[in-house]
Design a protein around this ligand. Structure first.
Ligand code: TIU
Length: 226
């Protein structure tokens, strides 16, 4: 069974045929100017460093022919799946559903809601739209994972302490052995990213493990014990 000896807080072993890559919300809405992230007042350039690292994970999982699931935070055009509490919170420049430079903010099918071109899903990869922060809430994610007989998840994406951490905790409670790829996730707040990585692996991996994207990719190479 492949092992990431350098994973924290201790080595992570994963069965090759029961492990999937889960990429959270690598969308223009969060990563590019003019989307939801910037409307909330964030410096979206802070998320850019995750892109090449997520690309490294995608390449490794594609090469290994292991399942890849992409999520998008996306609401229906009629906003029926967007609680007013989510839409009206705070003093955003543009709210969910408003028209911005990349189309309507956080609405399925709009240009800004797409996954960034560098990380575009390939045919055969699963794409799941989610109305919440956690990817299990009100989605078919658990059914998809059951269909692939998945027990282990490598998790990447943005933002670390919002949609990524929520999803990782949801997955942990559902019995999945989760590893968060340290350099393939980013936050608008570096201190929140650091705190999230620390709290995930504290208390004997209370939520899961962390490792770099290169450590994950190295463990997937064909010369590794499979
Ligand atoms: N605002 C923020 O940090 N994140 C989100 O709203 N969604 C995700 O993390 N995808």
């Amino acid at each position: 069974m492949p092992e990431i000896a350098g994973a924290l807080p201790f080595p992570y072993r994963f069965p090759r045929h029961r492990t999937a890559l889960l990429v959270i919300d690598m969308q223009r809405d969060f990563v590019e100017p003019g989307g939801f992230g910037e409307a909330l007042g964030n410096d979206v350039s802070r998320l850019q460093p995750a892109i090449p690292s997520v690309a490294r994970l995608l390449a490794a999982f594609r090469e290994a022919r292991m399942p890849i699931i992409h999520t998008r935070e996306a609401h229906r055009p009629d906003l029926a799946d967007c609680p007013p509490a989510k839409r009206m919170r705070g003093a955003a420049a543009l709210r969910i559903g408003d028209l911005g430079p990349m189309g309507r903010i956080l609405i399925a099918g709009e240009p800004g809601n797409d996954i960034v071109p560098a990380l575009a899903p390939l045919p055969g990869e699963t794409v799941i739209d989610k109305p919440g922060k956690g990817a299990f809430y009100a989605t078919r994610l658990q059914d998809v994972l059951k269909g692939f007989a998945i027990s282990h998840l490598v998790i990447a994406g943005v933002t670390t302490e919002v949609c990524v951490q929520t999803t990782m905790r949801e997955a942990n409670d559902r019995g999945y052995e989760c590893l968060l790829a340290e350099d393939a996730t980013e936050s608008y707040f570096p201190e929140f990213k650091a705190a999230t990585l620390a709290m995930v692996r504290a208390q004997g991996a209370i939520v899961g493990w962390t490792a770099t994207s290169e450590q994950v990719a190295a463990a997937l190479r064909p010369d590794e014990d499979g």
